[in-house]
Design a protein around this ligand. Structure first.
Ligand code: ADP
Ligand code: MG
Length: 725
């Protein structure tokens, strides 16, 4: 890699034009779900009785019996072959944060002849070798086997590439002893726990109609695009997903001219193909736009049942990456690809729906709906306050450390934004007094109706990590690269716990009281106890940080400390009581993520060392040599070279500081690598020694960038990465 390669890339990129889309249909209803073996396909292909049996398994999340599985597998295979598939795979979400697959072809032999076969057994159970996936101590090394089991609540789909097609079967991934080795199983269990708790509460509130309740999720996915010809010239990006070096560009995002601006044509072409692919996969993609930072974009779907939405978000991330490559881009899902420029998050819009089509976080228009809404609201506030540490743990990983707490993303303090009017409602319930602005009268639950809440006004506060936005909560602190399964497992679980709590309390107070009075008492108490969690002001301000400390709210700015919450007794007890995670499973999550943190920083440290030693230093030293030569020439002529000499001095001093920083980073890195302690102390060494040494090295290296002859500099610069397209 050389500076000539950088110059060539700039020229090449400037001349690129959008890729034409050959295979684009404007008939979206026809395209939508074309690659999904959904209810529609099942109904037309299966005998009526089999279809009904399958549906009931899907709704209740039960295993299929062997005969039914064979029948379904055969129809699925026929359908997949018609659509060009030759292979099938179980598609699962190990605890690596991404998805995994192991392909098998349909090929089989019968009487010496090749035929295409797919049995019910192969559909409902797979046995990938589990030993290469993280288990956090759940699986002894002598028992490496794990199995994948079809999750019939999530339909099978076909992934097409230019060279073929594969039938993908969404599965859960467990050890032979039944422990969850994946992200999906706990999510499914948490949805079940939420259903049980919500139903119990609804019955207490007199609802006899609702049959089941499910969590809903809509993920707004942010990402960056970078041209592949630049990407390959940045070994730091390739290895770690973010730039470890790069001086601040003359123009950053100050002008705010990118946000919602017109979409560049090459990017638009990429977006259109991404949408086509996702529609075919049944992902209801709805919105596309530019984000705040240059070359940053967003894709958002319509919300769905959260167990499906989580799969769909994982698919969306895969498709974004694959389609980007076809268009000559690299899609960066890292939380912070560029220092000093806004990072990417995944706004996690969350609510609960009933089988009768109601949203439990919809304030509604009748006193009864209002009462239910206020009870559910109280449950969410209690959940976030009681389990703030766990919510924080759910979004902890190395990449997100660059966002949380920096003044662009929500702080690491988990407060809830309710908006002024709803806060007045809460206050009036707690203190029995009228809201200041008189928009809120004295509330009597079940009797009076809430004043209409302005939905617009509720979305204004972008500094809140957990905001009520009219009829759902938006958890904004989730990282862009993360699987949504984890934060939603936590959300569903902590809210389930609170719904149970409120149901039990209301039941207790019913003796001799009207339902309304009992609800009023309980809700007022819960609001009073957890009021501190509400914050409507500027989450970036230092006043808030002080105020939050006064309120006793946790503020955990780094992943390593945050991850310890997986081991806190109250959290372990919660998951175990709700049958979401056994104590062993909780502990394994902590270990895996501490290890992942250490690995991520180790790769960054190694990459920083190599880029600094082999690319940055040599370029700076060439400039140093040039300057020294030119000074010598001027001096030979008897000219005054004192100013030039000062500059040479400055350059040489920075080079020296950079060399010292390299040695220091190397020392810290080797110390951490060679450390033989437990996972936690290992992760701490990376956090406390390697990260600061990397930051220091970067400081000096970025100064060198500004002092080095541009024609020697091999790494595409920020101004090019962000503005040449
Ligand atoms: P904004 O966040 O700008 O207000 P929207 O309200 O349109 O935008 O929604 C953002 C995301 O929230 C979308 O993905 C949308 O589908 C999702 N969403 C809307 N309602 C719900 C809900 N009840 N449950 C979960 N997600 C929802
Ligand atoms: Mg939003």
């Amino acid at each position: 890699m050389s500076s000539a390669a950088r110059a060539a890339a700039i020229e090449l990129i400037a001349r690129k034009s959008p890729l034409p889309l050959e295979d684009r249909s404007t008939n979206v209803p026809e395209v939508f779900g074309a690659n999904v073996f959904g209810l529609e396909q099942m109904r037309t292909r299966l005998p009526e009785s089999a279809y009904q049996a399958l549906r009931s398994c899907m709704e209740r999340g039960q295993q299929l019996d062997a005969d039914l599985a064979d029948l379904v597998a055969n129809e699925m295979k026929e359908w997949a072959i018609e659509r060009g598939a030759t292979h099938f795979t179980h598609w699962f979400q190990p605890m690596t944060g991404s998805t995994a697959e192991k392909h098998d072809s349909f090929v089989g032999f019968s009487d010496g002849k090749v035929m295409m076969e797919f049995s019910g057994k192969a559909l409902i159970k797979g046995e990938p070798d589990a030993s290469s996936f993280p288990s956090g101590g759940l699986r002894a090394t002598f028992e490496a086997r794990g199995y994948t089991a079809w999750d019939p609540t999530s339909p099978a789909f076909i992934r097409e590439t230019t060279s073929g097609a594969t039938l993908c079967i969404p599965t859960a991934f467990c050890s032979w002893t039944g422990e969850a080795l994946d992200e999906k199983t706990p999510l499914l269990r948490s949805a079940e726990a939420l259903n049980r708790a919500a139903l119990r509460l609804l019955r207490v509130l007199g609802d006899t109609r609702t049959g089941y309740v499910y969590p809903t999720l809509g993920c707004e996915q942010e990402y960056f695009l970078i041209d592949r010809d630049f990407y390959v010239l940045r070994p730091d990006l390739v290895a770690t997903g973010r730039t470890l070096f790069g001086a601040k560009p003359p123009k950053g995002q100050e002008l705010e001219d990118h946000y919602f601006g017109s979409i560049p044509r090459r990017v638009l072409s990429f977006m259109q193909e991404t949408e086509q692919e996702l529609w075919k996969l049944g992902v209801p993609v709805k919105t596309r736009h530019n984000e705040v930072a240059p070359t940053q974009y967003e894709l958002a779907p319509i919300f769905e049942r959260s167990t499906i939405a989580a799969d769909h978000n994982m698919l969306a991330m895969e498709v974004l990456k694959q389609v980007a490559q076809r268009h000559g881009f690299q899609c960066l899902l890292h939380e912070k690809p560029y220092a000093g420029i806004n990072g990417s998050g995944k706004h996690n819009n969350w609510s609960m729906s009933t089988d009768t089509g109601e949203n439990l976080l919809e304030p509604g228009s009748s006193p009864g709906e209002n009462m239910r809404f206020v009870v559910v609201l109280a449950a969410v506030l209690r959940a976030v306050d009681t389990y703030a540490d766990l919510l924080r743990a759910a979004i902890a990983h190395a990449g997100n450390d660059h966002r949380l707490g920096a003044n662009e993303a929500p702080p690491a303090i988990l407060s809830v934004y309710l908006g002024e009017q709803l806060t007045e409602v809460v206050e009036s319930l707690v203190h029995g007094k009228q809201g200041d602005s008189r928009r809120v009268g004295t509330m009597q639950l079940g009797v009076t109706t809430l004043p209409p809440l302005p939905r617009d006004a509720t979305d204004r506060n972008r500094t809140s990590p957990f905001a009520f936005t009219g009829n759902k909560f938006e958890f904004r602190a989730v990282g862009s690269s993360q699987t949504p399964s984890k934060p939603n497992t936590v959300l569903n679980s902590i809210v389930a716990d609170s719904l149970e709590f409120l149901a039990a309390e209301i039941e207790k107070r019913r003796a001799g009281k009207s339902l309304e009075a009992a609800v009023n008492d309980v809700v007022a108490e819960v609001f009073k106890k957890h009021e501190r969690i509400i914050f409507n002001g500027n989450g970036y301000s230092s006043e808030w940080h002080q105020e939050a400390a006064k309120r006793g709210m946790p503020n955990v700015p780094n992943s390593v400390d945050a991850l310890l919450a997986w081991g806190n007794a109250k959290n372990v007890e919660l998951f175990s009581r709700l049958s979401v995670l056994s104590p062993k499973e909780s502990e394994s999550r902590m270990h895996i993520q501490l290890e992942a943190y250490a690995k991520a920083i180790a790769i960054e440290g190694q990459s920083a060392l190599s880029v600094a030693r082999t690319m940055i230093l040599p370029a700076a030293q060439k400039t140093q040599r040039d300057v020294a030569e030119s000074i010598a020439a001027a001096k030979a002529l008897g000219l005054d070279v004192s100013r030039q000499f000062e500059r040479l001095h400055a350059l040489s001093a920075t080079i020296e500081r950079c060399v010292v920083a390299i040695d220091e980073l190397n020392g810290k890195f080797e110390h951490a690598e060679g450390h033989s302690g437990d996972t936690l102390s290992h992760a701490k060494l990376y956090r406390d020694e390697v990260v600061p040494a990397m930051v220091k090295l970067r400081e000096h290296a970025d100064v060198l960038e500004t002092l080095t002859d541009d024609s020697y500099w091999p790494l595409p610069k920020y101004r090019e990465l962000l503005f040449v397209q």
